[in-house]
Design a protein around this ligand. Sequence first.
Ligand SMILES: [Zn+2]
Length: 73
Amino acid sequence: MTAMPLLVWRDSAHFDHRGDRPCVLCGQDTPLRSHQREPVHKVCAEDWTETNPDQIRFVSDAQPRRTDSDVHA
Ligand SMILES: [Zn+2]
């Protein structure tokens, strides 16, 4: 058993305010975008990444540098 790789998509670039588009994986509308601007649900991208562990189609945002102010975030 391996844990589901959870993506970190906190960057606002992952949310397209122009509207929903069909997810490239499940076909349901989503306002979310991958870093390559593919419309895709985060959970769909995570599921795809689990199925294709050697691919880097979907990646997490770069980890922000941690500071003391992150403790309560
Ligand atoms: Zn989807």
